[in-house]
Design a binder for this molecule. Structure first.
Ligand code: ADP
Ligand code: MG
Length: 367
C-alpha cells in the first residue's frame, strides 16, 4: 500500500464562507503539495474545521475553487472526492465491531467480500490492531478507537487524508506516541495530508509545513523551523513557542530601544512603533566579566542591563524573570547544566543580558 506517486496536490483559491452574516473564512488561498503533510494550526474558532469540511465536501463555500490533482471538485459530493477523513470525535459506529467499522467505506463503494476482507486485514496490520477485528468498538480504549478511525479513513486507499484534531481526546503520553506513529505512517504511505490542530507543539512535531490561521485567514505558511525562527506577525510569535515582546522605535531605517541602537537581522521597517520578538532561550545570561566580553558588544549583539526578579526552577531547565532598566520585563530560559547552575544569579542581582542580532525579530505592533 503506497500512494506516494499518485498523491495529488490541492490548490485552493479564494475560498470564502459565511454562516449567516458572520464571515468565517475570507478569500483564502492555500496550496498543498503532492504527498505533503500540511497542518492548519490556530486557536478555537479560527476556521480550521470549516476549511476542512469544505475540502471534504460536507460544507459548501460561498465563493472560491478547489482543484485536486488538476480537477475542480467544488461541486462534487464527498464520496466522489476520494478523500479519507478522520473526525475529531472519531464518528465510529459504537455497536458495530472493528471489522464492520473499517469495512464501511468499502461497502459504500460496493467492494467484493473477498477484497474487503483482504483490505481490512492489511489495514489492521498497518495500525497495529491485529486480532481485534471482532471486538466491539465500545470495548476499545481511546487509542484503539483512534486507530480504527484512522484505518477506516485509509482502507480505500484515498490519495488525500484530512484529519481534524484526531488526537485531542487522548491523554498526553498516548497522544505523543500517536503523533510519531501518524507521522511514520504518512512517510510510508505518502498521501497528501491536511491535519488540523490547535496544539502548536503537535503541529511542529508532525508537519512538513504549517499554516497558522487567525480569524479565518492564513497569517503565515512556512516550515516549522521558519515559523519558529522568523514569525512574521505578533500573533504567530505569540501562538508558536514563548516570546518576549519589547516595544521599540524605528527611525531613519534604524531600530531604537532605551536610547540605544538595536542590532537586528530583520529588514528595516517603516518608521514608528514596532515590537522586538525574542525567544526566552535566545537570551543569554552574562553574569561574569568573561561572558560579557565574549558577547563582543557593538559587533552584532545587543547587551541589556537588567535586574533579576525571580528564578523559577523547572527540573531540566529554569526560567529567569528580569526587569530591564526602564522596567520592561524579560524572561530567559536555559537548561540546568552544571556550569550554568554554578553561576546562577539571585533575585535582586544586577545582570547583563545578551541577545544576538539574528535572534532579535521585528514585527508590527498591531494591537
Ligand atoms: P475551529 O475549527 O478553528 O475551532 P470552526 O471552523 O469550527 O473553527 O469555526 C469557525 C467559526 O465559525 C466559529 O466562530 C464558529 O462558531 C462558526 N461556525 C462553525 N460552524 C458553524 C455553523 N454550522 N453555523 C454557524 N456558525 C458556525
Ligand atoms: Mg475545529
Amino acid at each position: 500500500m503506497s500512494i506516494a506517486r499518485s498523491a495529488p496536490p490541492i490548490n485552493i483559491r479564494g475560498i470564502a464562507k459565511r454562516f449567516g452574516s458572520v464571515p468565517v473564512l475570507s478569500d483564502l488561498d492555500l496550496d498543498v503539495a503532492s504527498g505533503e503533510f500540511l497542518t492548519l494550526l490556530g486557536p478555537s474558532g479560527s476556521g480550521k474545521t470549516t476549511l476542512l469540511m469544505i475540502l471534504a465536501g460536507f460544507v459548501r463555500a460561498n465563493a472560491g475553487s478547489i482543484d485536486i490533482g488538476g480537477e475542480e471538485v467544488i461541486t462534487k459530493p464527498p464520496h466522489k472526492r476520494n478523500i479519507g477523513m478522520v473526525f475529531q470525535n472519531y464518528a465510529l459506529f459504537p455497536h458495530m465491531n472493528v471489522f464492520h467499522n473499517i469495512a464501511f467505506p468499502l461497502k459504500q463503494r460496493r467492494t467484493s467480500a473477498a477484497e474487503t476482507a483482504e483490505r481490512v486485514e492489511r489495514v489492521l496490520d498497518l495500525v497495529q490492531l491485529q486480532g481485534l477485528a471482532d471486538r466491539r468498538v465500545d470495548q476499545l480504549s481511546g487509542g484503539q478507537r483512534q486507530r480504527v478511525a484512522l484505518a477506516r479513513a485509509i482502507v480505500f486507499e484515498p490519495r488525500i487524508v484530512l484529519m481534524d484534531e484526531p488526537l485531542s481526546a487522548l491523554d498526553k503520553g498516548l497522544r505523543e506516541h500517536m503523533q510519531i506513529e501518524l507521522r511514520s505512517l504518512h512517510r510510508r504511505l505518502g498521501m497528501t495530508t491536511v491535519y488540523v490542530t490547535h496544539d502548536q507543539r503537535e503541529a511542529i512535531t508532525m508537519s512538513d509545513r504549517i499554516a497558522v490561521m487567525n480569524k479565518g485567514r492564513i497569517e503565515q505558511l512556512d516550515q516549522p523551523e521558519t515559523l519558529y525562527a522568523r514569525p512574521r506577525t505578533k500573533f504567530v510569535a505569540g501562538f508558536i513557542g514563548e516570546s518576549n515582546f519589547i516595544p521599540v522605535e524605528c527611525r531613519d531605517g534604524s531600530v531604537w530601544y532605551a536610547g540605544k541602537k538595536v542590532h537586528t537581522a530583520s529588514p528595516s521597517p517603516p518608521s514608528g512603533r514596532h515590537l522586538l520578538v525574542v525567544r526566552p532561550e535566545r537570551v543569554r545570561l552574562a553574569v561574569d566579566a568573561g561572558l560579557v566580553a565574549d558577547a563582543r558588544p557593538g559587533a552584532n549583539a545587543n547587551i541589556l542591563d537588567a535586574t533579576v526578579r525571580d528564578i523559577v526552577y523547572q527540573g531540566d531547565s529554569f526560567i529567569c524573570y528580569a526587569n530591564l532598566a526602564d522596567g520592561q520585563q524579560i524572561a530567559l530560559r536555559d537548561y540546568c547544566r552544571s556550569d550554568v547552575l554554578a553561576r546562577l544569579p539571585v533575585a535582586g542581582q544586577p545582570v547583563r543580558l545578551r541577545v544576538d542580532a539574528e535572534d532579535a525579530i521585528l514585527v508590527a505592533d498591531e494591537t
